[in-house]
Structure formats: structure tokens, C-alpha cells
Design a protein around this ligand. Structure first.
Ligand code: GDP
Ligand code: IMO
Ligand code: MG
Length: 432
């Protein structure tokens, strides 16, 4: 089986969790490689809905091993809670979860700094998830962070290190934000306890992933967030703090590019965004509310209402090109079932000029007005469809247009939340 990287093609929440779960049968490893608990990946398994923030969505395939790569920032309290919650539902995690010793830790001061900075920025804020992601990556880049491997230190050394870091952060909290100090010793004691339970999972990624590197074991790489939230290539500064695009799978695991295999993009049949920043095809008022209700568009991590809008071909092509996507999955087609007509942005207008390529700079994007092409709706339910031929004609034509315009074959169409509510189209939708 060829390895695959599953990447969000928009601003996150495209349905990556559902797709990773749906295609994950039989893989040896499912690997997260960037981000942290800012992700919220929703999966239906065993008759329940699960939201994973740190664990890979392959965890519901019993035989798969799960890996948290060095590119991640991991809140150990959250990790323990997620493991316990799954084990209480009879999903075995211990023994099949491995964590890179070089992944960074998110400590309570990262969350506090995230919240305080957002509050200070007021209306100019990013709208982060408040999970401490930005400050943790700052410490990593500043060579000041703690890593999962530190949890393997002798107790006294670990305690000393944590206390030193918290006291240091307390200075910043008080000087920059006039905020109360955090209890260094309590945090150190808690980490010692966490180190006991998480310690057995912490490994050297070079050794643990040797089978993947040598081609003996297969891997499914699970991206978090989406291409337009990429730290370097997204709508900066309204982005997250990691590389959500394909390069992150290399730097975030230590595996060479030849191990990646296929790069598959997940796109919603429309668009959503949580948090602030430009969103040219955004709908307002009642139209947005209609999609939000139909699609259940509330953040899986923070519960915030997601901003909703039409499919954007310029943004989509940018994501396909940037990642070298070799195939696509379109999700939530069923959410559009009752729309009388659909719009797709085929160009933008900026200062009287027509643009056909995505001007990723936030300053420009904010001023772009979409030029739409209208498609007729189909007015019938698609959730029960399992073959392309069962989809209503207008739905097929909508997908054919997206496939042709994005220039990569649609490999699957998701028409509901469940693993099976998917139409597999290995040869694309135009070839069928
Ligand atoms: P992720 O972050 O990319 O994994 O996506 P989220 O889990 O944050 O958001 C996707 C939401 O859409 C979840 O609630 C999924 O259960 C749901 N979902 C995924 N695919 C479909 C689909 O085809 N149809 C419908 N109606 N819901 C879907
Ligand atoms: P999944 O993996 C959607 C957004 C936040 C904010 C910006 C920065 O579920 O698709 P951060 O907390 O990362 O510093 O916030 O990025 N964001 C997401 N939006 N889905 C996500 O993850 C996101 N993770 C972060 O809303 O705008
Ligand atoms: Mg999500």
C-alpha cells in the first residue's frame, strides 16, 4: 500500500478526521506531525461520536499504531485525558501510541500567554483556540522549550527544570501582562505524575519509524488545520504556528520526502473558517446561518460558530499546487442538498482588475471580491448514495467542475458523518 498524506485544503475542519478514519483500514502507522490540541477531528466509531485533539484519527483501527511526531506541540494533561477517555470506552491506546521525544510540551503558561495576548490585541486578535499553540512554538524557535523527552529525566532534574521554566514565564506574565504567577511547584509535581504514565510511550522517532523509512511499514500522515492556516504559506498573520502543508510531514516526523507517497487534499463542498482573517467567499447573516445549521458548523475544539461561505476555486487551486496534491476528497456534499443554487468563486476582482490566482497576502485578500459562477441545486438527499451514478445530475456536474478546475482527481465524496457514508471514486468523477 502506498503511503498517503491527508491535508486540509482550506481553513481547517474539512473533515480530515472522518477521511483518515475511513481510509485507515490496514495501515501500520497513522501519524500526526504538526499542531497540537488546537485540532478537533471528529470521527464516528462504535456507534458514538469522538472528537480527537491530539491522538491520530487512526486510533479506531485496532491494528494501527499511532504516532505523535516531533513537529507537534503536546499538552501532556490533554494527552492523558484523551487516552483515559478513549480507554474508558474500550478503545485500547497504551501499547499502540508512540510519541517523539523531540515533540515540544505545552505547559500552563503557554495557554495563559495565548489568552493574555489575544485579550491585549482586542479586535485585532487572531481568534486562536487558546490552547497555547503560538507561545509553545515561540519557545521552540527560541530554543527555550521543554520536550516530551524531558519527561524521561530523573524526578529531581525534571522538577528543577519545570520550576525554572515556570518562574521564568512568571516574570513575563507579570511584566508584560500584569498577570498573577503560576504555581511552579504544583505544576512540577503534576508533571512528575504525568511523566510516569506517559513515559513508556516516549521514543526516538528515528528508531520508531525505521520500518516506514525502510519501506517495510505503511504510513498515513494526518494533517491538522488546513493549507490556508499554514504558518508560511497561509493568510499570515491569521494562521496557526505550524506548517500544515505537505512540508510539515517531512520536518514534523524526520522521514524523508520519498516516504510520503500520495498527497491527498480534503475540501468541504463549501468553505468555513473559525477565527479572524480574510475569507473572500464568506456569506453573511441568514445565508451563513443556513449553511451553519445544515452543516453543524461549530468548532470541534472551542464550540465557536464557524464562518461559512461558498467554494473558492482560487484558494483550492493554490492548495492543490502548493502541496502537489495527487487526489482530492470532497466532504459534506449532503449539506448542500437543499440549496436552490450554489456559487463557486472562479476569480476575484481587486481594484478593478480580474485575478485568477490566489493573492495569499491578507492585506490584498481582504479587498478581493469574488466573481461567481452559479450552479443549479439538486434538491434531493444524497446521504444514502454509495455510487457516483446515484448522485443527482446537478451534484455530479458540480463535482466534475471542481475536479476539472482543481486539476486533480476526486477520489472520494463524503455524504455523511459515518465511515460508510462515502462514495469512492478511485478514477475521479470525470472519468467515470
Ligand atoms: P477536521 O478538523 O478536518 O477533522 O473536521 P471537523 O471534525 O472539525 O469538522 C468536520 C465536521 O463535519 C464533523 O462534525 C464531522 O462529523 C462532519 N462531517 C464530516 N464529513 C461529513 C459529511 O460528509 N457530511 C456531513 N453532514 N458531516 C460531515
Ligand atoms: P483542525 O485540525 C480550524 C485556527 C484558529 C485561529 C488560528 C490560530 O480541526 O482542522 P491557534 O490556536 O492554532 O493559534 O489558532 O487557527 N485553527 C483552526 N481552525 N480547524 C483547526 O484545526 C484549527 N486549528 C487552529 O481558529 O483562527
Ligand atoms: Mg476540526
Amino acid at each position: 500500500m502506498s503511503n498517503r498524506v491527508i491535508i486540509g485544503g482550506q481553513w481547517g475542519d474539512e473533515g480530515k478526521g472522518k477521511i483518515v478514519d475511513a481510509v485507515g483500514e490496514g495501515v501500520d502507522w497513522v501519524i500526526r506531525y504538526q499542531g497540537g490540541a488546537n485540532a478537533g477531528h471528529t470521527i464516528q466509531a462504535g456507534g458514538r461520536e469522538h472528537v480527537l485533539h491530539l491522538l491520530p484519527s487512526g486510533v479506531f483501527h485496532e491494528k494501527a499504531r499511532c504516532f505523535l511526531g516531533n513537529g507537534m506541540v503536546i499538552d501532556p494533561w490533554q494527552l492523558r485525558d484523551e487516552i483515559v477517555a478513549l480507554e474508558e470506552q474500550d478503545v485500547r491506546v497504551r501499547g499502540r501510541l508512540f510519541v517523539a521525544a523531540s515533540a515540544h510540551l505545552i505547559l500552563p503558561y503557554h495557554r495563559r500567554l495565548d489568552e493574555l495576548r489575544e485579550a491585549k490585541l482586542r479586535r485585532r486578535n487572531i481568534g486562536t483556540t487558546g490552547r497555547g499553540i503560538g507561545p509553545a512554538y515561540v519557545d521552540k524557535a527560541w530554543r527555550h522549550g521543554m520536550r516530551m523527552g524531558d519527561l524521561l529525566l530523573p524526578k529531581e532534574n525534571l522538577e528543577r527544570k519545570v520550576i525554572e521554566k515556570v518562574l521564568d514565564a512568571n516574570e513575563a506574565l507579570s511584566e508584560l501582562y500584569k498577570s498573577d504567577p503560576l504555581p511552579a511547584e504544583v505544576i512540577a509535581e503534576e508533571l512528575v505524575v504525568l511523566a510516569k504514565s506517559l513515559g513508556p510511550m516516549i521514543v526516538n522517532p528515528y528508531e520508531a519509524l525505521a520500518g516506514v523509512r525502510e519501506g517495510r511499514e505503511s504510513a498515513l500522515f494526518e494533517g491538522a488545520q488546513g493549507t490556508l492556516l499554514d504558518f508560511d504559506h497561509g493568510t499570515y498573520p491569521f494562521v496557526t504556528s505550524s506548517n500544515c502543508s505537505v512540508g510539515g510531514a517531512v520536518t514534523g516526523t524526520g522521514l524523508p520526502p520519498r516516504c510520503l507517497g500520495e498527497v491527498l487534499g480534503v475540501f468541504k463542498a463549501y468553505c468555513t473558517r473559525v477565527g479572524n482573517g480574510p475569507f473572500p467567499t464568506e456569506l453573511l447573516a441568514d445565508e451563513a446561518e443556513c449553511l451553519r445549521q445544515l452543516g453543524g458548523e461549530y468548532g470541534a475544539t472551542t464550540g465557536r460558530p464557524r464562518r461559512c461561505g461558498w467554494f473558492d476555486l482560487l484558494a483550492g487551486r493554490y492548495a492543490v499546487d502548493l502541496n502537489g496534491m495527487t487526489g482530492l476528497y470532497i466532504t459534506k456534499l449532503d449539506v448542500l442538498d437543499s440549496q436552490a443554487a450554489l456559487q463557486v468563486a472562479i476569480a476575484y476582482e481587486l481594484d478593478g482588475q480580474r485575478l485568477e490566482s490566489f493573492p495569499v497576502r491578507a492585506e490584498l485578500l481582504t479587498r478581493c471580491r469574488p466573481v461567481y459562477r452559479e450552479f443549479p441545486g439538486w434538491g434531493s438527499a444524497t446521504t444514502a448514495c454509495r455510487r457516483l451514478a446515484e448522485l443527482p445530475g446537478p451534484a455530479r456536474r458540480y463535482l466534475e467542475f471542481i475536479e476539472t478546475s482543481l486539476g486533480a482527481p476526486i477520489r472520494g465524496i463524503s455524504v455523511g458523518r459515518g465511515r460508510d457514508e462515502t462514495i469512492w471514486t478511485p478514477n475521479g468523477v470525470n472519468a467515470a
